[in-house]
Ligand binder design. Structure first.
Ligand SMILES: C[S@@+](CC[C@H](N)C(=O)[O-])C[C@H]1O[C@@H](n2cnc3c(N)ncnc32)[C@H](O)[C@@H]1O
Length: 222
């Protein structure tokens, strides 16, 4: 084959591979709800190695006495860490929409003697939190499961104190673990939606966690 023709073919193949790689992921929203039968995955003691919960709390500067919410708390993995961090003078609202998760979290927290947690059975479209009460709201691997994200985040904004923080952590497309690729959300989509809901991006902890991006927002003033 003529060298020039071969070069053109190689160039086309390379171009298709490069551009096709990104377009192959067809996003489906919302993702399916995390099945409670897989709770052991969330409670795996080895999770701390990559989830780095202490570093998450440190990055959010969570203090004793604060009022915080864990949205999509599941079995209470992060709730328990938040509870210890805010101490007896603080409160953690652990919100989930699956009764099985709430029941599991209740037992989990009682077993650990943690008494500063209020469990909330929310709705898909409503976290059922009181206005202007929260210092920090965290969504850990939950955002991609929410149906109407912009409307939902507006409700979170109403629940936050004016200078409160909203943290969203989701698995990257590159992560070897996490939900199916089609349910993962690129961080630019999340940033765009959360801005639409009235927030300003404060921090992007891109390299803190190996498998997840970590975004921190605060309510916009205008
Ligand atoms: C993948 S699990 C993560 C659980 C927990 N954050 C963790 O990292 O261990 C997502 C959780 O979000 C909950 N969830 C989904 N949509 C929700 C919503 N609109 N409001 C509250 N919880 C929701 C699901 O029921 C599920 O327990």
């Amino acid at each position: 084959m003529h060298a020039k023709v071969l070069l053109v073919i190689i160039t086309i193949v390379c171009f298709c591979t490069a551009t096709g790689a990104k377009e192959e992921i067809r996003r489906e929203r919302p993702g399916t709800l995390f099945n409670p039968s897989k709770i052991p995955l969330l409670e795996d003691p080895g999770r701390d190695v990559w989830q780095k919960p202490d570093e998450i709390l440190k990055a959010l500067d969570i203090k004793r006495g604060q009022v915080v919410a864990d949205i999509g708390a599941g079995p209470g993995y992060l709730t328990a860490k938040l509870s210890e961090c805010v101490g007896e003078s603080g409160i953690v609202y652990a919100v989930d929409i699956q009764q099985e998760m709430i029941d599991y979290a209740r037992k989990n927290l009682l077993d650990r003697g943690l008494k500063n947690v209020v469990l909330v059975l929310g709705d898909m479209d409503d976290p059922k939190l009181s206005p202007e009460k929260m210092d920090v709201i965290v969504l850990l691997s939950t955002y991609h499961e929410i149906a109407k994200t912009v409307e939902y985040v507006k409700k979170l904004r109403a629940a936050l104190k004016p200078h409160g923080k909203l943290a969203i952590l989701e698995f990257t497309d590159e992560s070897p673990i996490g939900p199916p690729l089609k349910f993962r959300l690129p961080e630019d989509i999340v940033i765009h939606e959360v801005r639409q809901a009235g927030f300003t991006l404060l921090q992007k902890h891109t390299f803190l966690l190996p498998y997840q991006y970590f975004l921190v927002f605060t309510p916009s003033t205008s």
